[in-house]
Design a protein around this ligand. Structure first.
Ligand SMILES: Nc1nc2c(ncn2[C@@H]2O[C@H](COP(=O)(O)OP(=O)(O)OP(=O)(O)O)[C@@H](O)[C@H]2O)c(=O)[nH]1
Ligand SMILES: [Mg+2]
Length: 426
């Protein structure tokens, strides 16, 4: 089974909580604080692996959750970090945030790995809060929450060259002769249901990856036949072999075939036509193929290279491979320019984390919210005044006062944070 699109939910682990604990010693009523920090929560990481070829494993997995970090322990011991979960995917996998369709990551080289959901940091235990003024602090931090993301994952094959054309023109036959790939070959349309990859390493040309695609027909870009489902794989190839059937059995006009396929490519993505195409006239061993080729050629100017081949007699296959090799040398990697990574990951984990939102709810009243407040609230336990002070200090460090001033707050105005009211002291 070839699976090239899945939706899954990933969640990173929460950081372990720091704890409050004191040394117990004989005859000492209250020993020093020794509550340890919590361990880090596990991250969910995607890694490109050239040994993988489909997203099938994920199809049955739906949810991938990393574990939480261990809570801190007494005697100043830090809780254990949770293990990261590493999801291996084939090269050419793009990861989108499902709701917004933003690209989070694009995995194109073997071993490339991306942290998709970062594990929460552990909270600090009371030992870290000891100062000369406060030798027995009763405060600790809870671990940071994990991140949950709905992902849409798509695989676009990373082949150098794609073979496009109507069904039954001989695409699979060609890849079978030129490479180690062995797709099914038959004389009925849509024999090939999934793309096949093969490595072509012949005639002293630098080896390249060839993709045999399911046949295209008129309306493919609108979903006819096997439709757009597979056109996306062509997006990542650098050179196209456009195969046109010269045999009478096709019952179609070769030039019309050629135009229809180009129109479908263009309608799917106009940039597909930027790729150099090698026009290949196939089945030249059949009756009247030569006359049909002559008629086909009349539509092009003299300089257009059309390579007539026969898979039966192996005619001109070397010429075709040479030409493809030459074009690959000249053609850049399109997919690198075309896939734009949206700054989403950064946004979630950095900017959003320190975001402070201020809303003026009346003349002298300002409400503070945002991810930073949320995170700090999650981390704090408000059992003590000390914890509240630390909470406010952190907000101020992150620029709360400047933001309030910017929003028009003046000395004595009321600031509301998480339902509690404070006076603004400027
Ligand atoms: N005479 C002749 N027949 C060929 C040649 N190449 C392919 N064929 C035949 O054409 C038929 C279709 O070949 P395939 O390679 O399966 O065609 P395809 O383009 O992969 O077809 P789809 O997968 O359906 O899109 C088969 O019966 C092949 O044996 C050729 O060069 N000469
Ligand atoms: Mg085929």
């Amino acid at each position: 089974m070839f699976i090239d699109e899945v939706n899954i939910v990933v969640r990173s682990g929460k950081g372990g909580d720091g704890i409050v604990s004191f040394r117990r010693e004989k005859h000492v009523p209250l020993g020093g604080p020794n509550g340890g920090d919590g361990g880090k929560g596990g991250s969910v990481i995607f890694e490109a692996d050239e040994g993988m070829s489909t997203l099938m494993d994920l199809k049955f997995q739906k949810h991938v959750f990393a574990k939480s970090g261990e809570n801190g322990k007494t005697k100043n011991m830090r809780g254990k970090d949770a293990e990261d979960v590493i999801i291996k995917v084939p090269l050419g996998t793009t990861i989108y945030e499902a709701e917004t369709n933003l690209v989070i990551a694009d995995l194109v080289t073997h071993g490339q790995s991306e942290v998709i959901a970062r594990g929460g940091n552990g909270g600090r235990g009371n030992a870290t809060f000891a100062t000369s003024k406060n030798k027995a602090p009763r405060i600790q931090e809870n671990g940071e929450q994990g991140v949950e993301l709905n992902l849409h994952i798509e695989l676009k094959l990373l082949a150098d060259v794609g073979i496009v054309g109507f069904p039954s023109v001989g695409k699979s036959t060609l890849i079978t002769i030129l490479s180690n790939s062995r797709p099914k070959i038959a004389d009925y349309p849509f024999t090939t249901l999934i793309p096949n990859l093969g490595v072509v390493s012949r005639f002293n040309v630098k080896p390249f990856v060839l993709a045999d695609m399911p046949g295209l027909i008129e309306g493919a870009s609108q979903g006819q036949g096997l439709g757009i489902q597979f056109l996306k794989h062509i997006e990542r190839t650098r050179v196209l072999i456009h195969m046109v059937d010269m045999s009478e059995e096709s019952l179609r006009d070769p030039y019309n075939d050629y135009m229809v396929i180009n129109k479908e490519l263009e309608e799917y993505n106009p940039r597909l036509l930027d790729r150099p195409q090698v026009i290949v006239a196939s089945k030249m061993d059949t009756d009247h193929a030569k006359e049909r080729l002559e008629a086909f050629k009349k539509h092009f100017d003299e300089d257009t290279l059309i390579i007539p081949i026969s898979a039966m007699t192996n005619d001109n296959l070397d010429k075709l491979v040479y030409r493809v090799g030459q074009l690959l040398e000249e053609t850049p990697f399109f997919y690198k320019d075309e896939v734009v990574i949206d700054e989403y990951v950064e946004y979630t984990f950095k900017d959003l984390d320190s975001e402070i939102i201020i809303e003026k709810t009346s003349d002298s009243r300002f409400e503070v919210s945002g991810k930073l407040v949320e995170n700090l609230l999650n981390k704090s336990n408000f059992m003590s005044d000390e914890a509240v002070t630390i909470f406010l200090t952190k907000l101020r460090k992150a620029g709360l006062d400047a933001k309030l001033r910017e929003a028009g707050a003046k000395e004595g105005d009321t600031i509301v944070i998480a339902g509690d009211e404070y006076d603004f002291i400027d």
